[in-house]
Structures are given as C-alpha cells and as structure tokens.
Design a protein around this ligand. Structure first.
Ligand SMILES: *Cc1c(COP(=O)(O)O)cnc(C)c1O
Length: 395
C-alpha cells in the first residue's frame, strides 16, 4: 500500500510528537503520586496544576473550574447525571437536541427510563441548526438543564451557542455544551457564551486518548461522579492520569496557538474539496451548514451509492474516512444526525464524512476527489436503482 491519507480526524487525531515528548517524563521519571507529600511527588502535582491552567486559559475559565475525566463520554455522563440529581428539587426536565453524540443521547435515555426525567429532544433545521426560538418555547418551570452541542461531530455544523447561552441565563437554567469537536478548533469563551458546563476530550485535538475534562462554573451545584479519594476537589476520585493530563495541557496550548492558521488552511482545503465533489459528481448533496461549519468537516451524500461500499473502496486506496459516525457503522440504521436533518434513509446511507487535519495537503484532497469520482461512478454502474433512474430520465 502507498501513502495513507487519514481523513477521519473527527473520530480521533494523531497525538502530536511534541505532546508525546511533554508526556514522556511522567511515566518513568516523575512517576510520583500527586497526592503524596514528599518533594518528588510535587513534580507530578505541579505538572497537573500547569496543565489545568493551560486548559483554563483557552476557555477564559478559572483553573479550579476544570475537572479531569477519562474522556468526553465521561464528562457528558457526569454533566447530565449529576446536574439532574443536584437540581432534582427544582424539576425534572432537560432540553437537548436530536443530533447530540450518543454519550448525551444514551445518558438522556437512561435518565428518562430509570430516573424519571422528562427530556425534550429539539429538532434541527435542514443544515443541522437548532432554532433558539424553539428552544425558548420548550422551557417550562420544571426545566433544570439545557444541553446543546457546540459543533456536530458528523456534519460539522456549529450551533448558535451564544444565543442559547443567553436564553438559558435569562431563564436561570443551567447550560451544558458538548464541545468535544469544538474545543481547540474554534474560539470559545465560557463567560462570553454563558456556558455553565462544557465537555471536552484530548484525543480530538492531537492529545492522548482516555483523558478529557468537564468545565464546571463556580457556584454550579454538582455531585461527585466517582467517589473515593479527594482528587479533583473531591468530585472525581482516583489517582490522576498524570501523563494524560500533561499531554492534554500541551495539546490545548498547541491547539490555541495554531488555531487561526489551522482554521484558515483547513477551511480553504475543505471548500476546495466540497466544490470539487459537488461540482464534478452528479446527484450529490453537502450535509451541514455551508458557512457555520467546523473548518475541517466535509460530509456529502451520493445518491444510488452505499456509504459502506464507498468506504471500502476508499480504504483500498489508503484513504481513511467514515460514514455517518464510527459508533453506528456496522449497523444498518442510518445516522440519527442525517435523519434529523431530513435525509431519506437511502440518501443517508450514501454518505461519507471526510475530516481534515493540519497535515492534509491539496494533493491529498485532489487525490480523494479524483478517486471518489471514479468510485461513485463504478458503484452506480452496478446499481439497479441507478439504472432504473437513468432509464426513466431518458424517457
Ligand atoms: C468523540 C466525541 C465524544 C466522546 O469523546 P470520548 O473522549 O471518545 O469519550 C463526545 N462527543 C462528541 C461530540 C465527540 O465527537
């Protein structure tokens, strides 16, 4: 096989070499338990404090508002379950959307079925945008939490978070956002956006896997998620993942420093790829908002084509891509996000997501566009649906 072209950066990213370098000393050199009292352990403790500061700086948050977790899914679970418990005396209603990550949706389902929560799943428009007026209308005196993702992992749509935050604040309701796809990719200020809780994960921004954080605004009542030792201000027990935390700090600082330049470059390549696919392949549609979109996300549907076949063919050319989302591939259900933006099942099935990185080149995207043109045509030539469609069209 020749060169691999990795276009699945929404699933996970390469850990940056300088991030790995920053982590290395915390395995075998400074391996002390941060909770121990001797000077040697102080090294680990100081490293955690530094990383917490690096992350807080990116959000305009306070250091003590950052709580490390084992990833984005845990942060999402914590935010929803603990807020539901802590605010249960005020009500049992949570407002979220139909296009959230499964870490949110399945947690909501659990709260609904096992804990007596009432959940409103907001519709989105054809580009995947939540309508703030609709959100405001869904608020009842029982509403205790609004959870809307910052940017969608499948179609890249960036939600009107500022407006949602303003509405939540106006009604005195907690606002949580799953910012796993947005943190380090687009500017976020927790005060500017009135965000009370925010989930993030290192491996989506060139950090290591298995480490994330939940930002919890000072004053928000929230229960501990893991009971045990006094780590993370007694809210999330367990000896800290010191190398992971150090790597996360380094990745966050790096992402913030390179954000503008990366976004500019990726947006240019993204739009070039979209223009080529939509201009050169018939019966194609772009999914997600054309403008309010993550700089690195391309998601397109090809009529008369199976997304899974497309992925296998792309793979044979060394191109890593995804259809819908990694969690749902392998099952026959089309992506809940693509259905929520109104795609018919057949169209949703013919979708691919290509997510670029700072390392992606113009040659890479041109190679992928060229291959996709051939692959789509070849698959259509084998499709009875396409044959019927062309026959009818000629008549
Ligand atoms: C990847 C992702 C998650 C889950 O994060 P993990 O660290 O893999 O648990 C949650 N939400 C969104 C939007 C994601 O993209």
């Amino acid at each position: 096989m020749g060169k691999m072209i990795y276009l699945d950066n929404a699933a996970t990213t390469k850990t940056a070499p300088e991030v790995v370098q920053a982590m290395l000393p915390y395995f075998s050199e400074y391996y002390g338990n941060p909770s121990s009292v001797y000077d040697f352990a102080g090294k680990s403790k100081a490293a955690i404090a530094e990383a917490r500061g690096q992350i807080a700086d990116v959000l305009g948050a306070k250091k003590e508002e950052i709580y490390f977790t084992a990833g984005g899914s845990e942060a999402d679970n914590w935010a929803l379950k603990a807020a539901f418990e802590a605010y249960s005396s005020r009500g049992n209603h949570i407002i979220t959307t139909k296009i959230e990550h499964h870490a949110i949706l399945h947690t909501c389902e659990y709260l609904e079925k096992q804990r007596g929560a009432r959940i409103t799943y907001l519709d989105v428009d054809e580009n995947g945008l939540v309508r703030p007026e609709e959100l405001e209308k869904a608020i009842t005196p029982e509403t205790i939490l609004i959870s809307v993702m910052f940017a969608n992992n499948e179609i890249g749509t960036i939600e009107p978070v500022k407006e949602i935050g303003r509405i939540a604040r106006k009604h005195g309701i907690l606002f949580h956002t799953d910012a796993v796809q947005a943190f380090g990719q687009v500017p976020i200020g927790v005060d500017e956006y009135n965000i009370d809780m925010l989930s993030s994960s290192a491996h989506k921004i060139n950090g290591p896997k298995g480490i994330g954080f939940l930002y919890i605004r000072k004053g928000v009542k929230i229960r501990s998620f893991v009971h045990g030792g006094a780590q993370e201000r007694k809210r999330r027990a367990g000896t800290e993942n010191v190398p992971g935390i150090v790597g996360y700090g380094a990745a966050a600082r790096r992402a913030a420093e390179t954000m503008e330049e990366r976004a500019e470059k990726e947006t240019r390549l993204r739009d070039h790829l979209i223009a080529r696919l939509c201009g050169e392949i018939p019966y194609v549609r772009l999914n997600g908002d054309p403008a309010k979109r993550l700089p690195n996300n391309v998601n397109v549907s090809f009529q008369f084509v199976e997304g899974e076949s497309l992925l296998l063919m792309l793979d044979s050319f060394g191109v890593c891509a995804s259809s819908g989302s990694a969690c749902t591939s392998g099952s026959l259900d089309p992506s809940h996000v693509l259905l929520a933006i109104g795609l018919p099942h057949e169209t949703a099935h013919g979708s691919v997501r290509l997510t670029l990185s700072e390392e992606t080149t113009l040659e890479d995207v041109d190679f992928v566009a060229d291959r996709l043109k051939e692959i789509v045509q070849n698959l259509r030539n084998m499709s009875p649906l396409y044959e019927d469609f062309m026959k009818k069209k000629k008549k």
